[in-house]
Design a protein around this ligand. Structure first.
Ligand code: GTP
Length: 145
């Protein structure tokens, strides 16, 4: 780990939780999305089997930024083998883009050589989350990631 990462992880770090689902024990890091902490995402790239990318489907302006950041991390060598689950979140809000529109906005069709899926979710209502985690656990069990 580089010196900056050692300092960041020791001083601030991101929240980590262990979640057991479908006989798989997930160790999940919640990497905050603020601009100032995005450079530290890379501290968590090694040994990552899956990325869960959560976007606010109602915030069309920030979806542009989300697209850029998303494709930048997919370029990372250390994340080459990781499968990707996208949550098009905040579906409960008026004007939220559906999964097809978020797929367009994030240009998901550009993803190559990687298993990925997108699900509409509302974290607040608890909708769509298990469908996404089912896909993820099945994909990992089948050898993805
Ligand atoms: N309406 C609605 N609000 C949501 C949903 N999911 C999260 N929120 C709200 O969005 C705000 C941000 O949620 P966070 O969970 O802090 O988002 P985050 O992406 O972890 O934030 P950072 O880590 O700072 O990037 C909070 O006020 C949440 O209650 C959802 O599905 N629907």
């Amino acid at each position: 780990m580089c010196a900056d990462c050692v300092m960041f992880v020791a001083a601030i770090g991101f929240n980590v939780e262990t979640v057991q689902y479908n006989n798989i024990k997930f160790q999940v890091w919640d990497l905050g999305g603020q601009t100032s902490i995005r450079p530290y995402w890379r501290c968590y790239f090694p040994n990552t089997q899956a990325i869960i990318y959560v976007v606010d489907s109602s915030d069309t302006d920030r979806l542009m930024v989300a697209k850029e950041e998303f494709h930048a991390i997919l370029e990372e060598d250390e994340l080459k083998g990781a499968v990707v689950l996208i949550f098009a979140n905040k579906q409960d809000l008026p004007g939220a883009l559906d999964d097809a529109a978020v797929t367009e906005s994030l240009e998901l069709h550009k993803i190559k050589n990687r298993q990925w899926a997108i699900f509409k979710t509302s974290a607040i209502k608890g909708e769509g989350l298990f469908e996404g985690l089912d896909w993820l656990s099945n994909t990992l069990k089948a050898g993805g990631g």
